[in-house]
Design a protein around this ligand. Structure first.
Ligand SMILES: [Zn+2]
Length: 664
């Protein structure tokens, strides 16, 4: 999901948040090493499902859901009607007497929990004045060699429970669930799906469009948090075959791969797609001029059924419109593999300032992430311009049709970054937004620096002193907060920036790039297409990097501990600088970090001292000796502003009276 704020908002927050630490407050000793370095953090033992090292254990299991879907869009009624067949496999060691499904469309209704918990002021995820939701026509289940039978089910808000006569047995038993349903398409579904009127027709962005199985796991059993709006999704992996029937003049794009191009594309379009698959430059598949020309469709009346297949995904989404301009280019993946980047957008949003470069952005970020983290796994990556500000689905993203230039790069890069978190690494977004948004924000920093020689490099995240007052706002929620519990105005910081910057600090200031990258890659490798918890991440990072980071996870992710390093005093050994100097630094607030200290002598000679986190294990004050020749002109802690120090005013020591040596 797109970050709530624009970059400008970050700037504004930084300006607003000038810190005022009163002298009295600063004097109180807030730091306690016993609290930060508590030995019982992360003390729960591992299990045969998840080991103490953070890896999936020898008996790790997860359930699987394969989907077959057939739906049709009725443009006049603005409805989707169809059916889904779910093949659900119970790999757990426990028989299941019932199955929980998610009917997320039910949230898009004034009477839903999401609707009723929408503040009167509305808000981004608000769902008011719309009476949508799934109309369920039939539900049947089929087990073993038995015939399909009508299912016994209940619906409570966005959840459906199917109560079974015969349990789905442990360790591999399968049940088929078939549901016929329809829903009225909301214009604006919590900024995750909806419709947009454009010059040449409506753009439909379809997601949460079919009943999906909830995750049953070894941590919580059934994960049944309702869909309220802010919390995203937690879904099982499986293969998808889906068919979408739309009016003849529409173009449909979707997760995975189009499997019947001969039926739905013109010969010209198929030829251009083949050309695009060999081209690093963007190739037009359907130009702006062709959009209103009926000959750009293989038939000129009735409907067409577009069929897609998507392998090993946790969800699928699609988009359709008669207004789409369409272009595409090849992506070059590691090991010589290729995939197709493509964009669809209204003609009025094209051009090099706008969506005319969208495919170039898709290609740029996916090639980067494929090299840095894990190879992109779908044959196609599609960027859709529509009403949704920015939302990710496997192999397809919805970005605002109004986005231009760096804004369009930023949202495209962010939404496709999600293809790694949570699409490849399948964490529980509804509970832990930071495990996808935060990790994604972190890799976005790297991708932004990389794209087109830094064309859209973001310099705002470099000066941590400037960011500290915002990061450590008094009303901040801890990162470890359920997204529906985070104050809406805090979500941008708590789910995106603070965890993202935390990983940047961990990489650049605590572990170093090599150790961080090794452990981070290990996490992705271990948990690709699986369901990691926060502890699986913490433990993998600690094991892979070889560092006990309990203090860091605790202070940064679980608490709102602030950082305030300072230089306390300087003295000379036997009052003689030539015999060396003793520098005393302090850690004044609850968080701690390794320290970098620059010592400058009056001669201009500079010495940099780097101290590990362990100097803060016995208390908040630390003295160390530096070889000097001359009196000291200044001592500065964190001289490069690389740590979020809440009070940088106390970071530099200067002698009370310093007279420079006279020139000859
Ligand atoms: Zn996001």
């Amino acid at each position: 999901m797109k970050i709530f704020s624009s970059r400008l908002w970050v700037m504004a927050m930084c300006c607003l948040g000038t810190i005022s630490v009163s002298a009295q407050e600063a004097d109180k000793p807030k730091y306690d090493a016993h609290v930060l370095f508590h030995p019982l953090f992360n003390f729960q033992p591992g299990s045969e499902y998840r080991t103490g090292s953070g890896a999936p254990g020898p008996a790790y299991w997860q359930n699987r859901a394969d989907y077959k879907l057939n739906v049709a869009l009725n443009e006049k009624e603005q409805t989707i009607t169809g059916d889904v067949e779910i093949t659900y496999k119970n790999n757990s060691p426990q028989a299941l007497e019932f199955i929980w499904l998610q009917l997320d469309q039910n949230s898009f209704n004034t009477e839903s929990r999401g609707g009723k918990s929408t503040p009167i002021t509305g808000g981004r995820f608000g769902n008011v004045n719309f009476n949508g939701g799934d109309a369920i026509k039939s539900v049947s289940v089929q087990q073993g060699k038995d015939k399909a039978v009508e299912a016994n089910y209940i619906i409570t808000d966005t959840r459906m429970q199917i109560r079974l006569t015969n349990a789905v047995k442990a360790s591999g038993d399968v049940i088929k669930i078939k549901i016929a349903y329809s829903f009225k398409v909301p214009e604006y579904g919590s900024d995750r799906m909806g419709t947009l009127e454009t010059k040449n027709g409506i753009v439909y962005e379809m997601a949460q469009w079919y009943p999906r199985v909830a995750v049953f796991d070894d941590i919580e059993g059934w994960n049944v948090l309702p869909y309220l709006g802010a919390g995203e999704f937690y879904l099982e992996y499986g293969d998808f075959d889906y068919a979408v029937t739309v009016p003849w003049d529409h173009i449909v794009v979707g997760s995975g791969e189009l499997v019947n191009p001969a039926e739905v594309l013109t010969a010209d379009q198929r030829k251009r797609l083949a050309d695009a698959a060999k081209s690093d430059q963007t190739v037009m598949i359907r130009t702006a001029e062709e959009v209103t020309n009926p000959s750009s469709r293989p038939k000129q009346s009735g409907t067409l059924t577009w069929k897609f297949h998507c392998t090993n995904a946790r969800d699928v989404a699609w988009s359709t419109s008669k207004a789409f301009v369409w272009d595409a280019a090849r992506m070059n993946l590691p090991n010589g593999k290729t995939a197709l980047a493509q964009s669809v957008y209204p003609a009025e949003d094209g051009g090099l300032e706008g969506w005319g470069r969208a495919t170039e952005y898709v290609k740029g970020c996916i090639e980067f992430y494929s090299n840095y983290i894990h190879e992109y796994t779908y044959p196609v990556a599609t960027n859709v311009a529509g009403i949704v500000g920015g939302m990710e689905y496997p192999g397809i993203v919805f970005c605002s049709s109004k986005s231009r230039k760096d804004d369009l790069w930023g949202v495209t890069d962010h939404e496709f970054g999600h293809n790694w978190f949570p699409m490849i690494v399948g964490s529980n977004e509804r509970k832990y937004a930071w495990m996808d948004e935060g990790f994604n924000t972190f890799i976005n920093f790297l991708s932004g620096d990389n794209f087109n020689n830094g064309e859209y490099k973001d310099n705002q995240m470099g000066d941590m002193h400037r960011l500290a007052p915002v990061m450590f706002r008094d009303n901040a929620d801890p990162i470890m907060t359920i997204p529906d519990v985070v104050q809406p105005s805090n979500l941008g910081w708590e789910a995106y920036y603070k965890p993202g910057l935390g990983l940047k600090i961990l990489r650049e200031q605590i572990l170093g790039k090599d150790r961080f990258d090794y452990a981070f890659h290990l996490y992705v490798k271990r948990w690709a297409f699986k369901h990691p918890t926060p502890y699986d991440f913490f433990r993998t990072m600690e094991d892979g990097a070889g560092e006990d980071l309990g203090w860091f996870w605790k202070g940064w992710f679980f608490e709102n501990y602030k950082l305030d390093q300072s230089v306390k005093e300087v003295s000379y050994v036997e009052q003689n600088p030539q015999k060396g100097s003793v520098i005393t630094i302090e850690n004044l607030d609850q968080m701690a970090m390794p320290a970098k200290v620059d010592v400058e002598e009056i001669s201009g000679k500079k010495t940099r001292v780097e101290l590990p986190i362990e100097v803060w294990q016995r208390g908040g004050k630390w003295s160390f000796r530096v070889d000097t020749q001359q009196p000291i002109k200044s001592v500065t802690i964190d001289p490069d502003n690389q740590l979020p120090d809440i009070n940088p005013q106390n970071n530099t020591w200067r002698p009370v009276k310093f007279a420079p040596t006279e020139a000859n």
